[in-house]
Design a protein around this ligand. Sequence first.
Ligand code: TA6
Length: 287
Amino acid sequence: MKRYNYFDILKNNFMEFKMIEYIEIKNNIASAKIALQGAHIFHYARNSEKPLLWLSEVSDFEERKAIRGGVPICWPSFGMNNPDLPQHGFARTSLFKHISTTEIDADTTQVILKLTHSKETLKLWAYKFELEMKITISHKLIMELTTTNLDTKSFKITQALHTYFSVSHISDAVVKGLDKKPYFDALTSKVSLQNGDIRFEEEVDRVYQEVDADIVLVDKERKINIENEGSASAIVWNPWIEKCARMSAMKENAYESFVCIESANAMEDFRLIKPKCSHTLKLTISS
Ligand code: TA6
């Protein structure tokens, strides 16, 4: 029985057709949509439940423009950790190759996509690499991003799975599990220690270090558990009112309906990958 279909045409808000290729998954437990550009999952919901991932109503679905929402891949650099690269690197606007879609069983589907160095990437970042995204869709959503060094010299990466979680309202959202962790505050460029849970009453943009336990996003309607492996840092972000109004592909009130909790190897949690070696950043989302 066919459980996934390819290639759809998405209408954007101006009734223009933009061809963007994505894979649609439906199994006994959940549904998902994964764009080939950026190996970008932009929809995941368990059957008869609300989507777990937030997607902007005015997101672009256009080549070379990152989808606003879901899980953008920040690679080979997070933020402006590498000033020679675009913000959050080039993976999220690169076309991945669809390697396989496998029905593990009636409840579980696994999709594998890959990006390898090219003339274009070598101009931006002079290293040979393979980047594999393995996404497992079932009761849980599991993403495994594996970087392999195909070059003859070591390279350093910073990265993040920049997950936009849907919340009922930002005033109800509480982030637990980062108490007493040091964080770099991108708004003040100062380092502080987290005191208790994180609530949202203004813009929050923080890179936490020494992250060694699950993070929990508590919302009015559900509790989302975020388990990270191969990562010791995490970013918590909400743009709040002013920044949201300045952001591309976001409605003015978008800040009310999402929280970004990003599984990362950011800033001092960078990874040095030797030739022929690999590193996997793994994220398991459950609720
Ligand atoms: O992860 C937080 C952040 O770095 C914010 O500072 C904000 O810039 C956000 O990412 C979105 O960045 P983008 O390049 O997707 O607009």
